[in-house]
Design a protein around this ligand. Structure first.
Ligand SMILES: Nc1nc2c(ncn2[C@@H]2O[C@H](COP(=O)(O)OP(=O)(O)OP(=O)(O)O)[C@@H](O)[C@H]2O)c(=O)[nH]1
Ligand SMILES: [Mg+2]
Length: 322
């Protein structure tokens, strides 16, 4: 019965939490549940807490999201904070295996009450997941977790939605086997708050760092933005390089969730998006862009006019895919 489950939730019963997470993830009785957890009965053990720090990790399959989250759990616990993890698997026949894999990659003591890990199938696509994600975060926050870490499936489109729901979005990239950063991934640079170049123990880490910094430099305009700039750092879950620093950075970022106040923040995002689109189009040798550049270089159009044409080009339909 829901009433009993909610009572157990307020007594900080983790099995009740797990049941409620399943229900919310399925979209079952969500409003009742959220109303129920928001109103602890008088004398209940759960004390009102501050907001959780919600951090999402995105990046292509195998980039090491689960492994890194496992390392960050250690950092968070070392500070005495509690942490919940939502690992969103793309729905696949392998999801059972992925779940076991995540357990393995996020080693925690089974008796550690300060850690809660849950894998969820991203049924119905990323959009559906994002829809329930907001409710799941509220549920975990009501339980009193200090930190919520989310592993997403890293499907570009959905990351923009996830960004709205979390305080910090971390994009993981790894050294590429090819010569260049895969430029379709560069489009993701436009939404990240922190870019972690993972597996820095492998060759090629410097190269990808240089490429990412060059792309981001296009969007940098000192003093224009009140928001903290995008942070880029090299890390390795294997060697431990940069893990502590990453946590310090994540713990220090302002909580962004739900806050939509500063025009400068929005402007920074716009700048970031244009810069990433430009980098992708330039690397791909996009024909309209090349024509525009040629006309400008040959003095056929004035710089201000060319700049406006460039902005128009970057916001036009074909570029929204990048
Ligand atoms: N060299 C190196 N390998 C790593 C590092 N971190 C993780 N790996 C390896 O990368 C592989 C993928 O790691 P996962 O943590 O499962 O990656 P993931 O991004 O969660 O993968 P999916 O959930 O399938 O998208 C595993 O074989 C890890 O052992 C690292 O810092 N260096
Ligand atoms: Mg994983």
């Amino acid at each position: 019965m829901l009433k009993t489950l909610l009572e157990r939730f307020h007594r900080r019963d983790r099995l009740a939490l797990a049941r409620l997470v399943s229900m919310v993830a399925r979209g079952e009785r969500v409003e009742e549940i959220l109303a129920g957890v928001g109103e602890p009965a008088s004398g209940a053990a759960s004390a009102p807490r501050g907001p959780a720090r919600v951090i999402a990790f995105t990046g292509s399959g195998g980039v090491g999201k689960s492994t890194l989250i496992g390392k960050l759990i250690e950092q968070v616990r070392a500070e005495g904070q509690s942490v919940a993890v939502l690992a969103c698997d793309p729905q696949s026949p392998l999801s059972g295996g992925a779940l076991l894999g995540d357990r393995f990659r996020m080693p925690v003591r089974p008796d550690d009450e300060g850690v809660f890990i849950r894998s969820l199938a991203a049924a119905g696509g990323h959009g559906a997941l994002a829809e329930h994600l907001a409710d799941l975060i509220r549920l975990l926050e009501a339980f009193g977790f200090d930190v919520v870490l989310i592993e997403t499936v890293g499907a570009g489109q959905g990351d923009t939605e996830v960004r709205e729901l979390v305080d910090v979005l971390v994009l993981l990239l790894q050294p590429e086997t090819g010569d260049d950063l895969q430029w379709e991934k560069a489009g993701l640079l436009e939404v990240a708050d922190v870019i972690a170049l993972h597996k820095a123990d492998l060759p090629g880490a410097e190269r990808i760092e240089a490429q990412v910094r060059a792309t981001l430099a296009l969007g940098v305009s000192a003093g224009l933005s009140a928001a903290p700039p995008v942070t880029v750092l090299r890390i390795s879950s294997r060697s431990g390089e940069g893990i502590k620093e990453l946590w310090q950075i994540l713990a220090a970022r302002p909580l962004r969730r739900g806050r939509r106040t500063s025009g400068r923040d929005l402007f920074r995002l716009a700048q970031q998006m244009l810069a990433a689109r430009f980098a992708v189009a330039e690397a791909a040798g996009q024909s309209e862009l090349q024509q525009l550049l040629a006309a400008w270089q040959q003095g056929e159009i004035a710089s201000t006019q060319a700049a406006l044409a460039l902005v128009n080009l970057l916001i036009s339909a074909p570029f929204q895919q990048v």
